[in-house]
Design a protein around this ligand. Sequence first.
Ligand SMILES: Cc1cc2nc3c(=O)[nH]c(=O)nc-3n(C[C@H](O)[C@H](O)[C@H](O)COP(=O)(O)O)c2cc1C
Ligand code: SF4
Ligand code: SF4
Length: 253
Amino acid sequence: MSIYNITFSPTGGTQRVSDCLCSAAGEEFIQIDLTDRAFDPSAIALSENDLCVVSVPSFAGRVPKTAAQRISLLKGNGAKAALVAVYGNRAYEDTLIELKTLLSESGFRCIAAVAAIAEHSMLRQYAAGRPDTQDMAELQQFGRKIAEIAASDSLPADLYVPGNIPYRAIGAFLKPIVADSCLSCGVCSDMCPVGAIPQDHPGETMLDQCISCMRCISVCPSGARMLDPATMEAVNGRLGPLLSGYKKNELFI
Ligand SMILES: Cc1cc2nc3c(=O)[nH]c(=O)nc-3n(C[C@H](O)[C@H](O)[C@H](O)COP(=O)(O)O)c2cc1C
Ligand code: SF4
Ligand code: SF4
């Protein structure tokens, strides 16, 4: 059995969760980065012996649209899938059920699902430092359990995950702005998962292409990319109460 760690992680939280699950599930795993816009997901040759841990962040309680498009290009060929939704301490709503539908339609057998917390990538003061040591220990247990199920003869006939169909509607997301401190280094342009930042004008953002994933903000060496501070203050006032408190990781088997 080969283990594939298939992730869409613009700012690294989803990756940390998924790495922890995969390293507990087996000694070695193959990394597939769905934020790499040059990569063709249909090129991966999977078989029914393989286990794929497929991890996405929750954006407005849904699978980010670019992740959904790239996951639908995978050819499962009966491979076993563990679904992972990583969220910033508010809620993941329809993320797991959407992920389950996408993977089932792509020919995977869904055997387990995880909802896990990581630092909020827009409002970084919430769930700061998570996954923490306690989360990691719990995720390791989940990873070992997932490997056990994958190796057994009795896979779930129809895995239960929470969520609703039709999925919740998505409104407009905030887009980054660029300050004068931009060094024109081009790092943000190279690393944008959808190519929304022109290489020759990295101070701009093609707003119709941007998926508000926050990667450019997290990789900018000069702090020039940001969300509008006044808008963020208003968002914090509205969402803050929903993002507070300690939410727990969950395993569905
Ligand atoms: C556009 C956007 C929408 C988000 N929506 C939600 C949400 O609905 N619920 C939530 O708890 N966290 C939400 N988050 C936070 C992310 O799910 C969370 O920070 C996740 O760990 C980000 O993954 P990454 O670090 O792999 O990019 C959102 C973040 C962004 C950028
Ligand atoms: S990463 Fe930051 S400094 Fe570099 S081009 Fe982009 S906005 Fe400018
Ligand atoms: S421009 Fe938009 S899509 Fe590209 S990295 Fe920045 S937030 Fe993400």
